[in-house]
Design a protein around this ligand. Sequence first.
Ligand SMILES: [Cu+2]
Length: 143
Amino acid sequence: MIELFKRVFVGVLMVGFSGTAIAGSHESVDWSQAIEKTVVLTEFKTEPNNIPLRPGQPYRMRFENAGAFPNCVISEEFFAAIDAAELKMGDEVISHATLEQISVSAAGSELLFVPKKTGAYGFHCNTFHHFVFGMGGVITVTQ
Ligand SMILES: [Cu+2]
Protein backbone atom coordinates (compact mmCIF):
# COMPACT_ATOMS: atom_id res chain seq x y z
CA MET A 1 0.00 0.00 0.00
CA ILE A 2 2.77 2.42 0.94
CA GLU A 3 4.68 1.40 -2.19
CA LEU A 4 1.61 2.15 -4.33
CA PHE A 5 1.16 5.50 -2.60
CA LYS A 6 4.80 6.41 -3.28
CA ARG A 7 4.49 5.45 -6.95
CA VAL A 8 1.36 7.53 -7.42
CA PHE A 9 2.85 10.44 -5.47
CA VAL A 10 6.00 10.46 -7.61
CA GLY A 11 3.88 10.27 -10.77
CA VAL A 12 1.84 13.22 -9.62
CA LEU A 13 4.98 15.27 -9.01
CA MET A 14 6.40 14.34 -12.41
CA VAL A 15 3.42 15.61 -14.40
CA GLY A 16 2.92 18.72 -12.34
CA PHE A 17 -0.58 18.00 -11.15
CA SER A 18 -2.44 20.76 -9.42
CA GLY A 19 -4.00 18.11 -7.21
CA THR A 20 -7.66 18.62 -8.09
CA ALA A 21 -9.65 15.94 -9.87
CA ILE A 22 -11.88 17.01 -12.73
CA ALA A 23 -15.62 16.42 -12.38
CA GLY A 24 -16.60 13.47 -14.55
CA SER A 25 -18.17 15.20 -17.56
CA HIS A 26 -15.99 13.06 -19.87
CA GLU A 27 -17.64 9.87 -18.62
CA SER A 28 -20.31 10.11 -21.34
CA VAL A 29 -17.70 10.58 -24.10
CA ASP A 30 -17.59 7.93 -26.85
CA TRP A 31 -13.83 7.28 -26.93
CA SER A 32 -14.19 5.00 -29.98
CA GLN A 33 -14.67 8.28 -31.89
CA ALA A 34 -11.34 9.65 -30.63
CA ILE A 35 -9.07 11.06 -33.33
CA GLU A 36 -5.47 9.87 -32.94
CA LYS A 37 -2.71 12.45 -33.13
CA THR A 38 1.01 11.97 -32.71
CA VAL A 39 3.39 14.68 -31.58
CA VAL A 40 7.13 13.97 -31.79
CA LEU A 41 9.53 15.87 -29.53
CA THR A 42 13.22 16.23 -30.30
CA GLU A 43 15.83 18.86 -29.52
CA PHE A 44 14.76 21.54 -30.20
CA LYS A 45 11.38 21.16 -31.80
CA THR A 46 7.93 19.69 -31.59
CA GLU A 47 6.46 18.10 -34.75
CA PRO A 48 3.91 19.37 -35.57
CA ASN A 49 4.29 22.66 -33.74
CA ASN A 50 0.90 23.92 -34.87
CA ILE A 51 -1.86 21.60 -33.72
CA PRO A 52 -5.46 22.33 -34.80
CA LEU A 53 -8.25 20.77 -32.70
CA ARG A 54 -12.07 20.99 -32.53
CA PRO A 55 -13.99 21.64 -29.33
CA GLY A 56 -16.07 18.68 -28.17
CA GLN A 57 -14.09 16.19 -30.30
CA PRO A 58 -12.36 13.41 -28.32
CA TYR A 59 -8.64 12.96 -29.01
CA ARG A 60 -6.02 10.38 -28.17
CA MET A 61 -2.75 12.29 -28.41
CA ARG A 62 0.48 10.35 -28.32
CA PHE A 63 3.68 12.18 -27.38
CA GLU A 64 6.88 10.51 -28.53
CA ASN A 65 10.35 11.51 -27.46
CA ALA A 66 12.82 11.03 -30.32
CA GLY A 67 15.38 13.27 -28.62
CA ALA A 68 18.32 12.59 -26.34
CA PHE A 69 16.87 14.52 -23.38
CA PRO A 70 13.65 14.44 -21.39
CA ASN A 71 11.22 16.78 -23.12
CA CYS A 72 7.87 18.14 -22.09
CA VAL A 73 4.78 20.02 -23.18
CA ILE A 74 3.84 22.83 -20.82
CA SER A 75 0.73 24.94 -21.22
CA GLU A 76 -1.26 25.89 -18.18
CA GLU A 77 -3.84 27.57 -20.45
CA PHE A 78 -4.32 24.60 -22.79
CA PHE A 79 -4.62 22.02 -20.03
CA ALA A 80 -7.16 24.29 -18.30
CA ALA A 81 -9.21 24.35 -21.53
CA ILE A 82 -9.58 20.57 -21.92
CA ASP A 83 -11.32 17.76 -20.13
CA ALA A 84 -8.50 15.25 -19.59
CA ALA A 85 -9.81 11.72 -19.01
CA GLU A 86 -6.58 9.78 -18.80
CA LEU A 87 -2.85 10.31 -18.99
CA LYS A 88 -0.40 7.49 -19.64
CA MET A 89 3.29 8.03 -19.00
CA GLY A 90 5.07 4.87 -20.08
CA ASP A 91 3.24 2.08 -18.20
CA GLU A 92 1.77 4.41 -15.61
CA VAL A 93 -1.87 5.37 -16.08
CA ILE A 94 -3.37 8.33 -14.29
CA SER A 95 -7.11 8.90 -14.57
CA HIS A 96 -9.06 12.09 -14.01
CA ALA A 97 -6.03 14.22 -14.56
CA THR A 98 -5.87 17.93 -13.96
CA LEU A 99 -2.48 18.92 -15.27
CA GLU A 100 -0.34 21.80 -16.41
CA GLN A 101 2.30 19.86 -18.27
CA ILE A 102 3.16 16.45 -19.68
CA SER A 103 6.62 14.99 -19.20
CA VAL A 104 7.72 12.88 -22.14
CA SER A 105 10.37 10.25 -21.45
CA ALA A 106 11.72 7.72 -23.96
CA ALA A 107 8.67 5.54 -23.17
CA GLY A 108 6.35 8.26 -24.45
CA SER A 109 3.11 9.62 -23.02
CA GLU A 110 -0.49 9.53 -24.17
CA LEU A 111 -3.36 11.84 -23.28
CA LEU A 112 -7.04 11.09 -23.78
CA PHE A 113 -9.02 14.34 -23.73
CA VAL A 114 -11.75 16.56 -25.11
CA PRO A 115 -11.09 20.27 -25.80
CA LYS A 116 -13.72 22.34 -23.96
CA LYS A 117 -12.94 25.91 -25.03
CA THR A 118 -11.92 27.53 -28.30
CA GLY A 119 -8.69 29.53 -28.30
CA ALA A 120 -5.03 29.57 -29.26
CA TYR A 121 -2.81 28.08 -26.60
CA GLY A 122 0.95 28.38 -26.67
CA PHE A 123 3.04 25.54 -25.30
CA HIS A 124 6.76 25.07 -24.66
CA CYS A 125 9.37 22.70 -23.27
CA ASN A 126 11.22 23.80 -20.15
CA THR A 127 14.28 21.58 -20.41
CA PHE A 128 17.26 23.94 -20.15
CA HIS A 129 17.69 26.04 -23.33
CA HIS A 130 15.07 24.13 -25.32
CA PHE A 131 12.49 26.93 -25.58
CA VAL A 132 15.23 29.46 -26.37
CA PHE A 133 16.09 27.33 -29.41
CA GLY A 134 12.47 27.23 -30.50
CA MET A 135 10.99 24.25 -28.70
CA GLY A 136 7.35 25.21 -28.53
CA GLY A 137 4.26 25.76 -30.61
CA VAL A 138 0.56 26.55 -30.62
CA ILE A 139 -2.52 24.41 -30.14
CA THR A 140 -5.54 26.05 -31.78
CA VAL A 141 -9.05 24.99 -30.84
CA THR A 142 -11.60 26.29 -33.37
CA GLN A 143 -15.13 25.30 -34.45
CU1 LIG B 1 12.71 20.06 -24.96
